[in-house]
Design a protein around this ligand. Structure first.
Ligand code: EPU
Length: 422
């Protein structure tokens, strides 16, 4: 059954009040789940978000070694085609079992999302890549350790990729020898994973820097020995709540978060005139001036402004005084929300696939909407909250992929939001 959200807008009034706790990070949990393949024993998880993508990853893991017509572990096509993070499983699976078969990964449609960096990395580690009937079959070569193993390699990424960094890092953990990943991603979710893997027997240096060095165990599996992986707070959820509170909050405190992970956003919020108070693990947004000022944004790899906050930020800018541009430097298809915001009353010009211009402030009015993707879906929730009238957002699944029971949590801030089965 499909569901949708129904949101009674606040017509620009700032009425939300209270606290909202941030859940565990989707893009950390999914990779840590993939990493469990490297372990001899069970990995306990804490703060795992109750979201659809986590369920899909658990299904992929469960199906990995189920009997199949193809020899060796296979990532189920129907599930892998639903989430990009499925590809991260290929690294540890190849490292442990010497082979892996998988389809081209799916996930949000954000423009081109190739996998060349993964394939080149696997090849550098001595693996062979074959394409058969829409599936990739990767096999490790023979090293001194025996058939199907990977060997350490020096890999320079021509462009920064979060999942390619994670996948090749996980592949390298069990490899023979040292792997050096250069121009690696620096996202905090990667650092959290490194910290945990090192506690359990891995030898990885360089977390949070562009050079990650992994000394392979030569095949020895990792051991959790009861130690839990504690999922760090979701910084995209944190940032989305900051934006929601800035537009519709009287006084809202976002708890259980890591404020320094959203510095790139907070700096712009303050520049726009939002009243932000930051504590150790909370952020409070108070009603500030009635008119906020436009600020231009350029997405960038961490620690820059996250592309995953780009759509919520666009909604924010529709309510600010002046003109601002958003330059999207990571993806080339991430403005699919613009038409819908224009239908709601926003003034947005799409200059090219990487740049939009927003003029504000413009009141927004109710519309029937459908989530374009996971982060865009949340941006629509924010737009519907700001708007006058009652909006609907179809395809709630896309929001449920990444945000745990969002309607219940927003209701507690005083928003009239309901889930309806359709
Ligand atoms: N790229 C290549 N070749 C590759 C891999 C990537 O050219 O082999 C390019 C991409 O086309 C893109 C750029 O590199 O232009 C960066 O993409 P990246 O690989 O970093 O993105 P990703 O790993 O597929 C992760 C998150 C995304 C987030 C991006 C950027 C996961 C599962 N997904 O994607 O999160 O937007 O990093 O920070 O970690 C989301 O959670 O909704 C989401 C889309």
């Amino acid at each position: 059954m499909k569901s949708r959200f129904v949101v009674e807008g606040l017509a620009g009034h700032k009425k939300l009040r209270g606290t909202i706790a941030v859940k565990g990070a989707k893009n950390a949990a999914l990779k840590a789940l993939a990493a469990t393949v490297l372990f001899e024993d069970t990995v306990p998880f804490e703060n795992l978000p109750d979201i659809e993508d986590v369920k899909r990853m658990q299904e992929l893991l469960a199906g990995l070694l189920a009997p199949s017509e193809v020899e060796g572990p296979v990532l189920k096509k129907d599930i892998a085609e639903r989430l990009r993070a499925s590809i991260v499983l290929t690294g540890p699976t190849l490292a442990r079992y010497g082979t892996v078969t998988f389809p081209f990964p799916g996930g949000c449609v954000l423009g081109e999302r190739p996998i060349d960096l993964f394939l080149e990395g696997f090849r550098a580690m001595g693996a062979t890549v074959k394409e058969q009937d829409d599936l990739f079959v990767i096999s490790g070569s023979s090293t001194s350790l025996g058939a199907g193993k990977l060997r350490g390699a020096k890999i320079f990424f021509p462009s920064v990729s979060v999942t390619a960094t994670e996948t090749l890092m996980l592949a390298a953990v069990l490899a023979d020898g040292q792997t050096m990943l250069q121009n690696a991603a620096m996202e905090p979710e990667i650092g959290a994973l490194i910290e945990y893997l090192n506690l359990c027997g891995a030898d990885i240096a360089g977390a949070g820097t562009p050079t990650i060095t992994i000394n392979g165990t030569g095949g020895t599996l990792l051991r959790a020995q009861g130690r839990a992986y504690i999922t760090p707070p979701d910084r995209i959820e944190t940032g989305s709540f900051v934006i929601l509170a800035a537009l519709a909050g009287d006084e809202v405190t976002i708890t259980d978060c890591e404020p320094r992970h959203v510095d790139a956003l907070l700096v712009l919020m303050r520049r726009a005139g939002v009243t932000v108070e930051v504590g150790n693990n909370f952020i409070t947004i108070k009603q500030g001036p009635t008119l906020l000022k436009s600020v231009s944004v350029r997405t960038h790899e961490y620690p820059g402004f996250p592309t995953d906050l780009q759509a919520p930020m666009a909604v924010f800018l529709t309510q600010c005084q002046g003109e601002a541009t958003i330059l999207e430097t990571i993806f080339d298809g991430r403005f699919r929300y613009a038409d819908d915001l224009v239908r709601m009353g926003a003034t947005i010009t799409v200059m090219n696939p990487h740049k939009i211009l927003i003029k504000g402030p413009t009141p927004l009015t109710r519309k029937e909407l459908e989530s374009p993707d996971l982060r865009g879906g949340l941006a629509y929730l924010i737009a519907a909250t700001v708007a006058e009238g009652t909006s609907t957002i179809d395809n709630a699944y896309l929001i449920d992929r990444g945000y745990e029971h969002i309607e219940e949590r927003l209701q507690k801030l005083g928003l009239n939001i309901q889930r309806e089965e359709v």
